[in-house]
Design a protein around this ligand. Sequence first.
Ligand code: SF4
Ligand code: SF4
Length: 551
Amino acid sequence: MDLKPDQMEYYDHSDLENVDLRPPRRGWMDTPADFRPGSWIYPAKPKHLEYLGMPNPREWSPTDEDWKLPENWQQIIHEGFKERLGKYRSFQIFMDTCVRCGACADKCHFYIGGGDPKNMPVLRAELLRSVYRNDFTAVGKLLGRFAGGRKLTVDVIKEWFYYFYQCTECRRCSVFCPYGIDTAEITMMARELLHLIGLGVNWVMEPVANCSRTGNHIGIQPHGLKDTLEFFAEDIEEVTGIHIDPPINKKGAEILFVTPSGDFLADPGTFTCMGYMMLFHELGLDYTWSTYASDGGNFGLFTSAEAMKKLNAKNYAEAKRLGVKWILGGECGHMWRVMHQYMDTMNGPADFLEVPRSPITGTVFEHARSTKMVHIAEFTADLIRHGKLKLDPSRNDHIRVTFHDSCNPARAMGLFEEPRYVIRNVCNNFFEMPENTIREQTFCCGGGAGLGTDENMEMRLRGGLPRGNAVRHVRDKFDVNQLACICAIDRATLTTVCDYWAPGVKVTGIHELVANAMVMKGQKERTMNLRLEPLEAGAAVGAAGKGEGDA
Ligand code: SF4
Ligand code: SF4
């Protein structure tokens, strides 16, 4: 078979496992980016930039000598840099503060899996900082290279494009920085600067254009979303015998439910989506889907603050239009970074909404007093804690599950216990991965922040190595055969990471597990799970009993 660099089978395990950590012979400033197949992402198509009114739409390729930059591109970058230093105090501090202690150096999954020094967070930031020193500091202007400064050249711009699209903005490195320098935010600034001269990637900009037009990244029209939910309802009926009519654009509903569009698009996210539908039906929840706020995910976060704000605005706008009391959000990663850290100040305050209160348990989610938005993992954990769900965890006995803390819910929200609590109540066999790979120190899937496309497969597999290794460890030690996560990007990208680094381990969302364990009122005898697999066939696999490795 003629394998291509965008296929995981193209990459030999021994090549990717033997990471060369020796420093290169040449200094980093003199080592240009190597645009080899499998390590970079296709540029944004001009039609998407035109639709969004973004600068310099054109056909180009990173492997071309001439990137067709605007004539005054250096001036544009310089002015954009200056504007952002003035606008974002954190950016100025991050440019000035690093003492090069190296505590972050070996914490990035791309460095661990690839060995390229420019994927050390300290050096990734230095790609930008060196230009900052040269252009904006007295010592840099005077001493140039001797003070760590360098001129902004075409090679530097090419290097920015290459390495700032090899950062998943996961923030693992910032956990270890004694000064709290957040390299993800440096990457966000670098990408904003690159966009000023027309340098973006299609895997981000096509979803941003789709989302601007339809409200979701995949461009589903209202009737398409309705069809999708009805299709899921048919499968649910086949499994449970229960007919569900998903409420759509229902004015005056108590709750607006928003989830990432990945849950509508592809397995295994679709099973998680079916899980939400079953849960809400069983509770008799007064909620609605929206065909406009049809994606909580926000690729604007990977583009610019302006794009993020624009794509997020629909959530509050739709909550107002439909007259709901509060918003419930599905299993997503970066969606929650935006909701939790930026939404309230960016598009709020949402004073027209009420402080979220579970209509089933009466719990008031005080921590969501400001955003008016609750994560479904905490909503479901609260239901279980109050005994509101009838659960039969033995239905998941064929599953030996581990939990991947998705970077954003973990590091941006501190959502560690709720998903674990839910899993322990719906599965009898739960096993933790090693401590330094979970919770706040969790390893990224390697495909976040718009990197989850196939043309950069080598980097995805390299970046996925630390997570894949930890999964392989629990697979070999405890016979783990499923990896649960609460992020749509994870559900898509970890499938490849597991297939490559830990074959035999499948990926699932936690509400798929909940729905499979839930004993529903009026259900027929369950013989299949949501994947339409027979229950008996799998039940024998996980007969070893409860959680021997459960930390
Ligand atoms: S990918 Fe994550 S760990 Fe690596 S530099 Fe970016 S934010 Fe830091
Ligand atoms: S840990 Fe912080 S201060 Fe130390 S090198 Fe990394 S970014 Fe700089």
